[in-house]
Design a protein around this ligand. Structure first.
Ligand SMILES: Cc1ncc(COP(=O)(O)O)c(C=O)c1O
Length: 381
């Protein structure tokens, strides 16, 4: 035990908490009493610009009714893992529809998107494998890469969107089985990966391209084969689809292997029937005229805040943590909930407001946000 490490747990726990507090990074969940963007936070009615419910489907009558019907038919929990007696017909129906929607041969459900990334990357990782990961990938990809590394894979992180470094790294490992993994929409910057170029790189080395589509709502769905590369899609039911859960969609041979090897699929209780039914109803809406109209509405709200920005995640980078906290507080005083995102979630010096838009926001709510953001800029925020 090192000299400055306490030997007993209570002292260590207090010291760890104190060190987070003293660096201004202490966080705790606040209760937001809401069903849609408007709700009550600490007694104040606010409009949230912080949710990933991009099309407002968590409150859609058909989605809610599907979840309620599933509870009536199968009860609340699944009671066992998928490979024991936790699989319900709704899980299979959802997997079939996920595969159809994403244009892949097969799909498999996981408890969350986080678990999907862990299960996929740990299963693919092993000796002779090199995984190339964008430095701004989501924490679940980073942790999945750690698991792959502990299974014997080599993991190389490339600077954000730096295709030249990626190309050089791939060339110098051309005899390995290679994987490139990237968020398709980056969760804190709202920028997008150059998928066609990544696919072309992967094709050159017969590498797998894994796209984490968690925040992809405005882009067209990628064809599963692009430039001769196999694309594996990871997704979540928890954002655009308004439920809870994750999935991997790709070739059947890969999905079959995940069912037999992925520990975050095997050793965990099957997703709840209600969540699966809600996601299934949400996919149906997405593929309908109503879904197209919701996406158009979201696109036009994004354009009002930042024209041509590629996603509903709009960062307003302010620099230090205090500036971001101050701006967030100013907006809150006007009834607008826009979180300040600080290290360690984003790099030091890039603390920011993160605006997340939804088709459920009204024109008046978007007007109020625009107005407040303009005032922030005038104040030097
Ligand atoms: C890019 C990305 N991947 C994966 C996840 C994890 O998804 P889930 O919330 O379903 O665990 C998230 C969400 O937080 C994410 O932003």
């Amino acid at each position: 035990m090192s000299e400055n490490q306490p030997s007993d747990w209570p002292t260590w726990l207090v010291a760890e908490n104190d060190s987070i507090k003293s660096s201004d990074r202490w966080r705790s969940p606040r209760s937001f009493d809401a069903n849609g963007p408007v709700g009550i936070l600490d007694g104040q009615t606010v409009v949230s610009f912080a949710s990933n419910d991009y099309l407002g489907l968590t409150s859609h009558p058909a989605v809610k009714a599907a979840a309620q019907d599933a509870i009536d038919r199968w009860g609340t929990g699944s009671g066992a893992s998928r490979l024991v007696v936790g699989s319900r017909p709704i899980h299979h129906e959802l997997e079939l529809n996920l595969a159809r929607w994403r244009g892949t041969e097969s799909a498999v459900l996981f408890p969350t998107g986080f678990a999907a990334n862990l299960g996929l990357l740990a299963t693919l990782g092993g000796r002779g494998v090199v995984i190339h990961s964008d430095e701004l990938n989501h924490a679940s990809i980073i942790d999945g890469c750690r698991m792959a590394r502990s299974n014997g894979a080599e993991v190389l992180t490339y600077p954000h969107l730096d295709l030249e470094t990626l190309a050089a790294n791939m060339e110098s490992h051309s005899d390995a089985r290679q994987v490139v993994v990237t968020d398709s929409v980056f969760s804190m910057d709202g920028d997008v990966a150059p998928i066609a170029q990544l696919a072309a790189r992967c094709a050159r080395y017969s590498a797998l391209l894994i796209l984490d589509e968690a925040h992809a709502v405005l882009e067209p769905i990628q064809p599963p084969q692009l430039s001769g590369t196999t694309i594996v899609q990871v997704g979540t039911l928890s954002k655009t689809l308004g439920a809870l859960g994750g999935f991997v969609a790709g070739p059947t041979v890969l999905v079959d292997l995940l069912v037999n090897r992925a520990r975050t699929y095997i050793f965990t209780t099957a997703p709840s029937p209600a969540d699966s039914a809600a996601a299934l109803a949400a996919i149906e809406i997405l593929q309908s005229d109503e879904g197209a109209a919701l996406r158009d509405r979201l696109r036009s709200s994004v354009d009002r805040i930042r024209p041509d920005h590629p996603s509903p995640i709009i960062p307003i980078v302010l620099g230090d943590e205090a500036a971001a906290l101050r701006a967030s507080q100013q907006l809150l005083e006007r009834g607008l909930l826009v979180p300040a995102i600080r290290p360690p979630t984003v790099p030091v010096g890039s603390s920011r407001l993160r605006v997340a838009l939804s088709a459920a926001h009204t024109d008046e709510q978007i007007d109020a946000l625009l107005d407040a953001l303009n005032t922030l800029e005038t104040d030097g925020g």
